[in-house]
Design a protein around this ligand. Sequence first.
Ligand code: BGC
Length: 251
Amino acid sequence: MASKTAVGIDIGGTGIKGGLVDLDEGKLLSDRIKVATPQGAEPPDVLAAVVKVLAQLGVEDPSVPLGVAFPAIVKSGRTLSAANVSPKWIDFEAEKFFEDGLGRDIHFANDADVAGIAEVRYGAARGKDGLTILTTLGTGIGSALLYNGVLIPNSELGHVQRAKHGKDAEAYAAYSAMERDELSWAEWSARLQWYYSHIEFLFSPDLFIVGGGVSKHADEFLPLLDLKTPIVPAVHRNNAGIIGAAALALG
Ligand code: BGC
């Protein structure tokens, strides 16, 4: 094993992904394991799925550092929201729940925030001054605010309101909305244009980074956007969450 190795688990609204990560290089050392997020995403079922991923990775040994990323506001180990998972996670001692259930210490944080950490340490935000906003386009929209390389946690920019339909931006512009409404790349890009223009107006960032599974198709939609701010795919695409969660485990 590499000198600095940790496991990252990225819990999403649709899939739970994991891998063993070389933290010197910020690269996966193992296959990327993925299981479906259980229907309803209740705490015991999510825990069982995480156990399954760890077993498939062969990293049940509690001495291997483990970071877990979760799609909710995370403050002092508690989950405070639940947009795409069971409401049982609201105001829940999630970090302790996983530690008790897995029989090991973990590091626990928001999924988009850890993707931001991965991109600052090993990717598109490395060495960037000013404000970088990473967004993940998946089941929801996650966000990480990075100012001069420092993370400002729990920004939740998927939940800015879209006055026209009185709903969260993520219900209109996440990748799941493209799938749900069977949109073409051009139709989805029109929604992304609204979203990124709005965020650009609110924050005047220096760089946008786009993560989530769909970032591997960045060529299909990023060129269709007209923004003042440069917008680039996450270097680690959909693995940024795994890598960032693992990075967090070693501090
Ligand atoms: C949640 C965020 C999360 C994002 C991406 C949103 O619905 O509120 O906490 O980062 O989805 O998973």
